[in-house]
Write a protein that binds this ligand. Structure first.
Ligand code: NAD
Length: 487
């Protein structure tokens, strides 16, 4: 008898238990070689006073089986409850969010009949680090963190995925025309890694035109790799354009652990009525079977599911008098898929996951590079300026305080307001005073941390509120910061 792969299963909240029962029944009927361990996460755990929504026993199971099939959960509003998905991604190192997006026209309404794209979204970095600060009465900020290993891992994953699943092209989306350092790094690493996969086409698009093309011409895309926030947004755009928000599954992949779920939420409005569509979770289960190297069972289930759709057996959310023959509930839909196990679709291309080819993809990024020579050459000092001192007044007060550093420029929201500014009504409340060891960026000399501390002490003595500093470094002589607009 084949050895069963242990998997952890969470039934979740709202419609979660119904769609999971339907999915587990299907896995059982298809003879998936899995040994489920049930854990409790979500609303009940939150309301028992555990703000993470997941008890230690559940962690223990996930870390042991390394595979989680999860129904959606309800995060109670207010009360400091943390998003379970974010906690899991970070704790388990689930660096890749993989969302296949397929159109099933004419059976599911969409303007496009040939969408078959996969979004590979970076899952741990970017603006989702959740590091936000309020510096003044009026100004808030959010820190965008992008690391080289993070970029390498996700981009390598996208190309490995393309190669394993016989995809032809990987498209990178970023906004490096504006964010030259963070998104610029992502784009640079994409070019480096793309060069190692000559068998796969590559292209880069700025995320705004890329998103417009997903909406207007989605069939041109194959695999898309992008940063966390853009990936979050385009996943929903793509799913909506494909017309299959309720049908899509997603995988959260780490090198050790992987989590599979539907993309929709717990739909409390229809919970307990046996009308929810279990297809999103079924697709997540298919992704899981491929991941644990049971491609034959994945193929069997996907083809039975496609045949059910073609036969017009539809749940209420996708029912249309034109293309449906029978409106069914959650349980009846699962039974219809089970009854078609072994059959092939006739309208859609039959799925065929190749045996042996799809064991999980592990990506660790490149080897660490030799350290570059890092030199401290100045500092940006951010001020809360509640008296709205003009840039001229400010420069008069601070120009002589830098010791070996000179005041080079004062900016507000990235725009130069001193010297020689022609801005009519500058925003003065929050400004950034740049001190550098030299005016000429080719002549920069090293300064010390003490020079910066002394500058801050002097600014404090004259009553200025320094709310934040950013050290200015060069790396092998290259600037580690952007020049202000107009600097
Ligand atoms: P939702 O996806 O639960 O529901 C949006 C709409 O789609 C509702 O009208 C719902 O009835 C319908 N719908 C969703 N899934 C369906 C299905 N399988 N079959 C038929 N109709 C379906 O989104 P929401 O209302 O914004 O969120 C509800 C709850 O889900 C919230 O507590 C939210 O935090 C949670 N949520 C959880 C996850 C997750 O666990 N991964 C993801 C998103 C939202």
């Amino acid at each position: 008898m084949a050895i069963k792969t242990p998997i952890t299963v969470a039934y979740g909240d709202g419609i979660g238990p119904e769609i999971m029962q339907a999915t587990m029944k299907l896995l059982d009927a298809a003879q998936a070689q899995v040994a489920p361990e049930i854990i409790e996460v979500g609303e009940k755990i939150y309301l028992s006073g555990n703000t993470t929504g997941i008890p230690d026993k559940a962690w223990e199971s996930i870390k042991r089986t390394k595979v989680l099939l999860k129904s959606p959960i309800t995060t109670p509003q207010g009360g400091g409850y943390k998003s379970l998905n974010v906690t899991m991604r970070k704790t388990l190192g689930l660096f890749a969010n993989v969302r296949p997006c397929v159109s099933y026209a004419p059976f599911v309404s969409s303007n496009f009949s040939n969408i078959d794209l996969v979004i590979v979204r970076e899952n741990e970095e970017d603006l989702y680090s959740g590091i936000e600060h309020r510096g003044t009465e009026e100004v808030y900020q959010c820190l965008k963190i992008v690391t080289r290993p993070g970029c390498e891992r996700i981009i390598q994953y996208a190309f490995e995925y393309a190669r394993k699943f016989n995809r032809k092209k990987v498209t990178c989306l970023s906004k490096d025309n504006i964010m030259k350092m963070t998104d610029g790094l992502f784009h640079r690493v994409f070019n480096e890694i793309a060069a190692q996969y000559p068998d796969i086409q590559n292209e880069h698009l700025i995320v705004d035109i890329g998103t417009a093309l997903i909406a207007s011409n989605p069939e041109r895309f194959d695999v898309i790799v992008t940063l966390n926030l853009y990936g979050d947004i385009i996943s929903d755009v793509a799913a909506q354009v494909a017309g299959s928000v309720g049908l899509a599954g997603s995988a959260n992949i780490g090198n050790q652990v992987a989590m599979f779920e539907a993309i929709h939420g717990s739909a409390p409005d229809i919970a307990g009525k046996d009308i929810a569509n279990p297809s999103g979770l079924m697709h997540a289960a298919i992704q899981m079977l491929v991941h644990i190297n049971q491609p034959e069972i994945a193929t069997l289930i996907e083809n039975a599911w496609l045949k059910t759709l073609e036969d017009g057996i539809h749940t209420g959310d996708i029912y249309s008098p034109e293309h449906s023959k029978k409106k069914v509930g959650t349980r009846e839909f699962a039974d219809a898929v089970i009854a078609r196990l072994g059959q092939l679709p006739s309208h859609f291309k039959a799925a065929h996951y190749k045996p042996g080819a799809y064991a999980k993809i592990e990506c660790y990024g490149a080897q660490p590079k030799a350290e570059s020579r890092k030199e401290l050459v100045g500092v940006d000092v951010f001020l809360d300026n509640p008296q709205d001192l003009t840039a001229q007044e400010l420069s008069g007060k601070i120009a002589g305080l830098g010791g070996p550093m000179s005041l080079i420029v004062i900016t507000s929201r990235g725009l130069k307001i001193w010297p020689d500014s022609s801005i009519e009504t500058p925003y003065l409340r929050h400004c950034c005073c740049r001190f550098q060891s030299s005016r000429d960026i080719k002549q920069l000399q090293a300064v010390s941390h003490s020079d910066i501390i002394n500058l801050l002490a002097r600014m404090n003595e004259i009553g200025l509120d320094t709310i934040k500093t950013e050290n200015l470094y060069t790396f092998d002589g290259e600037l580690g910061y952007t020049l202000a607009q107009g600097q």
